[in-house]
Design a protein around this ligand. Structure first.
Ligand SMILES: NC(=O)c1ccc[n+]([C@@H]2O[C@H](COP(=O)([O-])OP(=O)(O)OC[C@H]3O[C@@H](n4cnc5c(N)ncnc54)[C@H](OP(=O)(O)O)[C@@H]3O)[C@@H](O)[C@H]2O)c1
Length: 257
């Protein structure tokens, strides 16, 4: 990775995405911040420009809408920006019984976590392949490794992200485009609350996750799992983990009612 390359980060207004922006700023990247909360992005951009003397662009956009990826790609192209590092970080979850969760929430998850991520990767990777240079970081989860009762769709979307990214890792290698998939476990961000849960007491801090992700990306790692406990979790038999998730989420769901 070179000085003054440009990184595009989706979901940069909070949590892991925001911390990734800070890490890349520290390493002298220009940054394109994307999410719905334009005000938060503006504030972060001003802080990063002030502290690191880099260029920061913001794009306020809802990435769960049909056609969002193309709109984002066209916006970046119209601004004459080149994306050297693409980070597909924006994601949402929902906890509860599948039949009780509103279908609109399911569709939002599927569109944001799978469809937009896939389309963005397609559009920007083509440019990287032409240039024979690029890096992609897709954010999956420890939930990518086993089925998740009471959080079924979210885990399934993240299983897609892991499988898709690992396949692309091999496909894009000959073009000098690397693909890394980040699989965090519970992390102290807005994510749990948005998904209908409290943060876990053992959640990792997002700045730590972002630093580990940056190192993994820099070293062309295929899969990056932050934290020893998370690494162990992903190596346990998937039926055992799935039963564990079932019991844990069921207990929390009953407590909530
Ligand atoms: N926290 C965890 O425990 C955990 C564990 C494993 C994996 N992950 C994954 O880590 C990634 C980042 O999540 P986080 O933990 O940092 O959560 P977070 O603090 O809630 O951040 C989510 C980011 O995604 C953006 N976003 C959500 N919906 C969007 C939409 N429709 N269009 C555009 N941007 C949207 C949000 O920005 P706006 O609201 O401004 O749009 C925000 O910047 C997600 O992919 C998540 O699945 C999180």
């Amino acid at each position: 990775m070179n000085d003054m390359d440009t990184v595009l980060i989706t979901g940069a207004s909070s949590g892991i995405g925001r911390e990734l922006a800070k890490v890349f700023a520290l390493h002298k990247y220009n940054i394109i911040l994307v999410s719905r909360s334009t005000e938060k992005l503006r504030k972060l951009a001003d802080e990063l420009i002030d502290e690191y003397k880099i260029k920061v662009e913001i794009i306020g956009q809802d990435l769960s809408k049909v056609g969002a990826a193309k709109k984002l790609f066209d916006n970046v192209t119209d601004r004459n920006l080149q994306v050297d590092v693409l980070i597909n970080n924006a994601g949402v979850g929902a906890v509860g019984l599948f039949h009780e969760i509103e279908i609109e929430k399911d569709m939002e998850m599927l569109k944001l976590n799978i469809i937009t991520l896939t389309e963005i990767t397609k559009l920007f990777s083509r440019k990287m392949i032409e240039r024979k240079k690029g890096k992609i970081l897709n954010v999956a989860s420890t939930g990518s490794f086993a089925p998740g009762p009471f959080i079924a769709i979210y885990y399934a979307t993240k299983a897609y992200v892991l499988s898709f990214s690992e396949a692309l890792y091999k496909e894009l290698k000959p073009y000098n485009v690397t693909v890394t998939v980040l699989c965090p476990g519970a992390t102290r961000t807005n994510f749990a609350k948005a998904a209908g849960r409290e943060n876990s007491s053992i959640a990792m801090e997002p700045d730590k996750v972002a630093k580990i992700a940056y190192e993994g990306l820099k070293n062309n790692k295929r899969v990056v799992i932050p934290g020893v406990a998370n690494k162990i979790l992903t190596r346990l038999p998937r039926n055992f983990v799935s039963d564990m998730v079932f019991r844990y989420q069921k207990k929390l769901s009953v407590k909530k009612k």
